[in-house]
Design a protein. Sequence first.
Length: 245
Amino acid sequence: MIEMMGVSKSFSGKDGPFKAVDGVDLSIKEKEIFGIIGESGAGKSTLMRFINALETPDSGQVLVNGVAVDKLRGKSLRNHQKHIGMVFQHFNLLANRTVEENILLPLKLHRYDQVLTIDEVLEFTGLTDKRSSYPAELSGGQKQRVGIARALIIRPHILLCDEPTSALDENTTYEIAEVLRKAQNEYGMTVVIVTHELGVIKTLCHRAAVLEHGRLIDIMDVVRNSGKRSEQSYYARVLEVLKDE
Ligand SMILES: Nc1ncnc2c1ncn2[C@@H]1O[C@H](COP(=O)(O)OP(=O)(O)O)[C@@H](O)[C@H]1O
Ligand SMILES: [Mg+2]
Protein backbone atom coordinates (compact mmCIF):
# COMPACT_ATOMS: atom_id res chain seq x y z
CA MET A 1 0.00 0.00 0.00
CA ILE A 2 1.29 3.42 -1.01
CA GLU A 3 -0.15 6.40 0.86
CA MET A 4 0.49 10.06 0.14
CA MET A 5 -0.78 12.52 2.69
CA GLY A 6 -0.79 16.21 1.88
CA VAL A 7 2.37 16.05 -0.22
CA SER A 8 3.69 19.25 -1.77
CA LYS A 9 6.86 20.14 -3.63
CA SER A 10 8.03 23.52 -4.87
CA PHE A 11 10.65 24.25 -7.50
CA SER A 12 12.04 27.58 -8.53
CA GLY A 13 10.79 28.58 -11.96
CA LYS A 14 11.56 31.65 -14.05
CA ASP A 15 8.87 33.65 -12.18
CA GLY A 16 10.03 32.47 -8.77
CA PRO A 17 9.07 29.38 -6.80
CA PHE A 18 5.96 27.44 -7.78
CA LYS A 19 4.27 24.32 -6.48
CA ALA A 20 4.88 21.41 -8.85
CA VAL A 21 2.87 19.18 -6.48
CA ASP A 22 0.29 20.86 -4.30
CA GLY A 23 -1.29 19.09 -1.32
CA VAL A 24 -1.99 15.69 -2.87
CA ASP A 25 -3.69 12.93 -0.86
CA LEU A 26 -4.05 9.50 -2.37
CA SER A 27 -3.58 5.85 -1.62
CA ILE A 28 -2.68 3.07 -4.00
CA LYS A 29 -3.69 -0.45 -3.09
CA GLU A 30 -1.53 -3.52 -3.13
CA LYS A 31 -1.43 -5.08 -6.63
CA GLU A 32 -3.35 -2.22 -8.15
CA ILE A 33 -2.55 -0.82 -11.59
CA PHE A 34 -2.79 2.86 -10.79
CA GLY A 35 -2.53 5.66 -13.34
CA ILE A 36 -1.46 9.26 -12.93
CA ILE A 37 -2.75 11.37 -15.80
CA GLY A 38 -2.44 15.03 -16.64
CA GLU A 39 -0.89 17.47 -19.07
CA SER A 40 2.81 18.02 -19.43
CA GLY A 41 4.11 19.86 -16.38
CA ALA A 42 1.18 18.82 -14.16
CA GLY A 43 3.54 17.23 -11.62
CA LYS A 44 3.00 13.57 -12.54
CA SER A 45 6.64 12.49 -12.62
CA THR A 46 7.47 14.37 -9.44
CA LEU A 47 4.57 12.68 -7.65
CA MET A 48 5.67 9.25 -8.86
CA ARG A 49 9.29 9.87 -7.87
CA PHE A 50 8.21 10.41 -4.25
CA ILE A 51 7.50 6.66 -4.14
CA ASN A 52 11.10 5.61 -4.68
CA ALA A 53 12.47 8.71 -2.95
CA LEU A 54 14.10 10.15 -6.06
CA GLU A 55 12.22 13.28 -4.99
CA THR A 56 11.35 14.28 -1.45
CA PRO A 57 8.24 16.32 -0.67
CA ASP A 58 8.71 19.65 1.12
CA SER A 59 5.72 18.81 3.26
CA GLY A 60 3.37 15.89 3.75
CA GLN A 61 4.25 12.26 3.97
CA VAL A 62 4.69 9.25 1.71
CA LEU A 63 4.24 5.84 3.29
CA VAL A 64 5.03 2.59 1.51
CA ASN A 65 3.71 -0.34 3.52
CA GLY A 66 3.61 1.96 6.52
CA VAL A 67 7.21 3.16 6.18
CA ALA A 68 7.88 6.90 5.70
CA VAL A 69 10.16 6.76 2.66
CA ASP A 70 11.41 10.36 2.91
CA LYS A 71 12.94 9.50 6.27
CA LEU A 72 14.96 6.56 4.92
CA ARG A 73 18.72 6.92 4.69
CA GLY A 74 21.69 4.76 3.80
CA LYS A 75 21.11 1.04 3.69
CA SER A 76 17.39 1.17 4.43
CA LEU A 77 16.91 3.67 1.59
CA ARG A 78 18.85 1.46 -0.83
CA ASN A 79 16.88 -1.55 0.34
CA HIS A 80 13.63 0.30 -0.36
CA GLN A 81 14.76 1.50 -3.79
CA LYS A 82 16.20 -1.79 -4.98
CA HIS A 83 12.80 -3.51 -4.90
CA ILE A 84 11.17 -0.87 -7.09
CA GLY A 85 11.44 -1.32 -10.86
CA MET A 86 11.32 1.59 -13.27
CA VAL A 87 10.27 1.79 -16.92
CA PHE A 88 11.08 4.98 -18.84
CA GLN A 89 9.66 6.81 -21.85
CA HIS A 90 12.94 6.70 -23.74
CA PHE A 91 13.86 3.21 -22.52
CA ASN A 92 17.26 4.24 -21.08
CA LEU A 93 19.11 1.29 -22.61
CA LEU A 94 22.89 1.17 -22.88
CA ALA A 95 23.67 1.31 -26.60
CA ASN A 96 26.91 -0.64 -26.37
CA ARG A 97 25.38 -3.56 -24.46
CA THR A 98 23.30 -6.41 -25.82
CA VAL A 99 19.67 -6.99 -24.87
CA GLU A 100 20.76 -9.66 -22.40
CA GLU A 101 23.42 -7.43 -20.82
CA ASN A 102 20.96 -4.55 -20.50
CA ILE A 103 18.41 -6.76 -18.77
CA LEU A 104 21.00 -8.15 -16.34
CA LEU A 105 22.27 -4.70 -15.34
CA PRO A 106 20.15 -4.25 -12.17
CA LEU A 107 21.60 -7.46 -10.77
CA LYS A 108 25.06 -5.88 -10.94
CA LEU A 109 23.92 -2.86 -8.91
CA HIS A 110 22.38 -4.66 -5.93
CA ARG A 111 22.29 -8.12 -4.43
CA TYR A 112 18.92 -9.84 -4.49
CA ASP A 113 17.70 -13.00 -2.82
CA GLN A 114 15.10 -13.89 -5.36
CA VAL A 115 15.25 -12.87 -8.98
CA LEU A 116 13.87 -14.16 -12.25
CA THR A 117 16.17 -15.84 -14.75
CA ILE A 118 17.25 -14.14 -17.94
CA ASP A 119 15.58 -16.91 -19.94
CA GLU A 120 12.28 -16.36 -18.16
CA VAL A 121 12.16 -12.59 -18.69
CA LEU A 122 13.29 -12.92 -22.32
CA GLU A 123 10.51 -15.39 -22.96
CA PHE A 124 7.95 -13.38 -21.00
CA THR A 125 8.64 -10.24 -23.05
CA GLY A 126 8.98 -12.10 -26.35
CA LEU A 127 12.65 -11.28 -26.81
CA THR A 128 14.25 -14.72 -26.78
CA ASP A 129 15.57 -14.39 -30.32
CA LYS A 130 16.89 -10.86 -29.63
CA ARG A 131 19.10 -11.63 -26.64
CA SER A 132 22.34 -10.92 -28.50
CA SER A 133 21.03 -7.90 -30.43
CA TYR A 134 22.02 -4.32 -29.65
CA PRO A 135 19.38 -1.63 -28.94
CA ALA A 136 19.98 0.07 -32.31
CA GLU A 137 18.81 -3.12 -34.01
CA LEU A 138 15.42 -3.07 -32.26
CA SER A 139 12.07 -1.37 -32.92
CA GLY A 140 10.65 1.04 -30.34
CA GLY A 141 8.30 -1.62 -29.00
CA GLN A 142 11.14 -4.12 -28.68
CA LYS A 143 13.28 -1.55 -26.86
CA GLN A 144 10.49 -0.99 -24.37
CA ARG A 145 10.15 -4.76 -23.91
CA VAL A 146 13.83 -4.75 -22.94
CA GLY A 147 13.08 -1.92 -20.49
CA ILE A 148 10.26 -3.95 -18.99
CA ALA A 149 12.36 -7.14 -18.83
CA ARG A 150 15.13 -5.21 -17.04
CA ALA A 151 12.58 -3.96 -14.50
CA LEU A 152 11.02 -7.40 -14.01
CA ILE A 153 14.19 -9.42 -13.49
CA ILE A 154 14.50 -8.16 -9.90
CA ARG A 155 10.92 -9.28 -9.13
CA PRO A 156 9.94 -5.75 -8.09
CA HIS A 157 7.35 -5.17 -5.37
CA ILE A 158 6.40 -1.95 -7.13
CA LEU A 159 6.78 -1.10 -10.82
CA LEU A 160 6.91 2.61 -11.71
CA CYS A 161 6.34 3.43 -15.38
CA ASP A 162 6.90 7.03 -16.51
CA GLU A 163 5.22 7.59 -19.89
CA PRO A 164 6.06 4.01 -20.96
CA THR A 165 4.21 4.29 -24.28
CA SER A 166 4.62 7.97 -25.12
CA ALA A 167 7.45 7.37 -27.60
CA LEU A 168 5.52 4.60 -29.38
CA ASP A 169 2.91 4.51 -32.13
CA GLU A 170 -0.66 3.51 -31.37
CA ASN A 171 -0.49 -0.21 -32.08
CA THR A 172 2.76 -0.56 -30.17
CA THR A 173 1.19 1.35 -27.28
CA TYR A 174 -1.49 -1.31 -26.91
CA GLU A 175 1.06 -4.08 -27.31
CA ILE A 176 3.20 -2.63 -24.48
CA ALA A 177 0.12 -1.98 -22.33
CA GLU A 178 -0.69 -5.68 -22.71
CA VAL A 179 2.85 -6.70 -21.65
CA LEU A 180 2.48 -4.54 -18.52
CA ARG A 181 -0.95 -5.96 -17.74
CA LYS A 182 0.37 -9.49 -18.17
CA ALA A 183 3.37 -8.71 -15.95
CA GLN A 184 1.16 -7.48 -13.13
CA ASN A 185 -1.00 -10.55 -13.48
CA GLU A 186 1.96 -12.96 -13.49
CA TYR A 187 4.15 -11.37 -10.82
CA GLY A 188 1.53 -9.57 -8.73
CA MET A 189 3.30 -6.28 -8.07
CA THR A 190 1.73 -2.87 -7.62
CA VAL A 191 2.05 -0.86 -10.85
CA VAL A 192 1.99 2.94 -11.10
CA ILE A 193 1.82 4.44 -14.59
CA VAL A 194 2.33 8.09 -15.46
CA THR A 195 0.84 9.02 -18.81
CA HIS A 196 -0.85 11.85 -20.67
CA GLU A 197 -2.76 9.31 -22.78
CA LEU A 198 -6.30 8.60 -21.64
CA GLY A 199 -6.40 5.44 -23.79
CA VAL A 200 -3.60 3.90 -21.72
CA ILE A 201 -5.51 4.62 -18.50
CA LYS A 202 -8.74 3.18 -19.88
CA THR A 203 -7.20 -0.02 -21.14
CA LEU A 204 -4.74 -0.77 -18.38
CA CYS A 205 -5.49 0.93 -15.08
CA HIS A 206 -7.92 0.09 -12.31
CA ARG A 207 -7.97 3.67 -11.08
CA ALA A 208 -6.20 6.87 -12.00
CA ALA A 209 -5.42 10.18 -10.38
CA VAL A 210 -6.02 13.25 -12.52
CA LEU A 211 -3.47 16.00 -11.85
CA GLU A 212 -3.74 19.63 -12.89
CA HIS A 213 -1.10 22.22 -11.94
CA GLY A 214 0.10 19.94 -9.17
CA ARG A 215 -3.34 19.44 -7.67
CA LEU A 216 -5.30 16.23 -7.54
CA ILE A 217 -8.61 17.05 -9.16
CA ASP A 218 -10.16 13.58 -9.49
CA ILE A 219 -9.63 9.88 -8.97
CA MET A 220 -11.11 7.99 -11.91
CA ASP A 221 -12.47 4.55 -11.18
CA VAL A 222 -11.86 2.98 -14.56
CA VAL A 223 -13.39 -0.41 -13.88
CA ARG A 224 -16.63 0.93 -12.46
CA ASN A 225 -17.21 3.69 -14.98
CA SER A 226 -16.17 2.25 -18.27
CA GLY A 227 -14.27 -0.93 -17.59
CA LYS A 228 -16.33 -3.51 -19.40
CA ARG A 229 -16.82 -1.62 -22.59
CA SER A 230 -13.25 -0.42 -22.89
CA GLU A 231 -11.95 -3.84 -21.90
CA GLN A 232 -13.84 -5.45 -24.75
CA SER A 233 -12.64 -2.96 -27.30
CA TYR A 234 -9.16 -3.34 -25.85
CA TYR A 235 -9.08 -7.08 -26.36
CA ALA A 236 -10.55 -6.65 -29.81
CA ARG A 237 -7.65 -4.33 -30.53
CA VAL A 238 -5.08 -6.72 -29.15
CA LEU A 239 -6.48 -9.52 -31.29
CA GLU A 240 -6.25 -7.25 -34.30
CA VAL A 241 -2.65 -6.44 -33.51
CA LEU A 242 -1.75 -10.10 -33.13
CA LYS A 243 -3.52 -10.98 -36.36
CA ASP A 244 -1.45 -8.42 -38.26
CA GLU A 245 1.84 -9.89 -37.06
N1 LIG B 1 14.21 19.30 -10.54
C1 LIG B 1 13.42 20.29 -10.97
N2 LIG B 1 13.80 21.58 -10.87
C2 LIG B 1 12.99 22.59 -11.28
N3 LIG B 1 11.77 22.39 -11.80
C3 LIG B 1 11.34 21.12 -11.93
C4 LIG B 1 12.14 20.00 -11.52
N4 LIG B 1 11.43 18.86 -11.76
C5 LIG B 1 10.27 19.25 -12.29
N5 LIG B 1 10.19 20.60 -12.39
C6 LIG B 1 9.06 21.37 -12.90
O1 LIG B 1 7.92 20.99 -12.13
C7 LIG B 1 6.76 20.90 -12.96
C8 LIG B 1 6.21 19.49 -12.88
O2 LIG B 1 7.16 18.61 -13.47
P1 LIG B 1 6.86 17.06 -13.70
O3 LIG B 1 6.53 16.44 -12.39
O4 LIG B 1 8.01 16.52 -14.45
O5 LIG B 1 5.55 17.13 -14.59
P2 LIG B 1 4.93 16.05 -15.60
O6 LIG B 1 5.60 14.75 -15.35
O7 LIG B 1 3.46 16.05 -15.29
O8 LIG B 1 5.19 16.58 -16.99
C9 LIG B 1 7.20 21.32 -14.34
O9 LIG B 1 6.93 22.67 -14.50
C10 LIG B 1 8.69 21.07 -14.33
O10 LIG B 1 9.36 21.93 -15.23
MG1 LIG C 1 6.76 13.62 -16.58
